[in-house]
Write a protein that binds this ligand. Structure first.
Ligand code: NAP
Length: 226
């Protein structure tokens, strides 16, 4: 891999784009149009342009690059850093099956790939894009509950964090769904059953539906320039 500082090599973007089969655009969303205007004149026919910029539509890309440039919009998540990511991909009009295969292969090096229509990319973002934050919040809350029961922070963190890591690993290694794995730790009339009843009475289903709706509404605001 070669990285280039534009301060030292002002033509770094155009040199890279002119030589690339796949161009991955990962600048801040507001900076995307300027970058596209910079590289548009040098792209070779057939070069695939992939966006990881949140909220920038395929239409914004093709509006600047031209309709004949294949554009794929992606939404990865942060567990990609440890190759356990989920990346949503949405293909623009000029994208071939081979283009999608190349870009899927690229993102599959850092996790799982799901192809969706562009209309669904913001919804996907509210689940897998923002999802790691929801999980970390649950871990924080379980840790706080442990501290409330008298454990010191180190013990509390170990219990809560390793339980999430262990449960996720158990799910990954098993061929049954999470509801069945939950039933297996929930003996009738047992202690876990009481706790699960409290959590379900708190309407977690509605809480998650409302939370992801709020994220979706914010994505629409951002797309509208807010
Ligand atoms: N974090 C996530 O989980 C996530 C998920 C999905 C999508 N995204 C998207 O990923 C993108 C990057 O986010 P980030 O938080 O990683 O931002 P960031 O840390 O600010 O990274 C932006 C990168 O773009 C470079 N850059 C800025 N202007 C450039 C230019 N004119 N030409 C070439 N390179 C330029 C920056 O280089 P310098 O540092 O040298 O300025 C920096 O390496 C955003 O579009 C965001 O919406 C992030």
């Amino acid at each position: 891999m070669r990285s280039v500082a534009l301060e030292d090599e002002p033509a770094g973007n155009t040199d890279a784009a002119a030589a690339a089969d796949v161009v991955l655009v990962g600048v801040k969303p507001a900076m995307v149009p300027d970058l596209l205007r910079e590289i548009a004149p040098v792209l070779r026919p057939g070069t695939i342009v992939v966006s990881i910029a949140a909220g920038v539509t395929i239409g914004t890309f093709t509006g600047i690059l031209g309709d004949d440039v294949p554009v794929i919009r992606s939404m990865p998540n942060t567990p990609s850093l440890v190759r356990q990511g989920v990346t949503g991909l949405a293909a623009g009009p000029g994208v071939s099956t081979e283009d999608i295969a190349v870009v899927s292969e690229l993102f599959s090096t850092v996790g799982t790939v799901i192809q969706v229509d562009e209309e669904q990319i913001d919804a996907l973002s509210t689940i897998s894009g923002s999802g790691p934050a929801y999980v970390f919040l649950l871990i924080e809350q379980l840790t706080a509950a442990a501290v409330g029961k008298g454990f010191d922070l180190a013990q509390a963190r170990l219990m809560a964090e390793q339980t999430f890591i262990g449960a996720a690993a158990l799910l990954a290694a098993s061929d049954v769904d999470p509801a069945e794995l939950r039933r297996r730790v929930t003996s009738p009339k047992g202690t876990t059953e009481r706790a699960i009843a409290v959590l379900q009475d708190a309407h977690l289903d509605a809480v998650f539906a409302t939370a992801t709706d709020a994220a979706l509404a914010r994505a629409k605001e951002l797309a509208a320039g807010g």
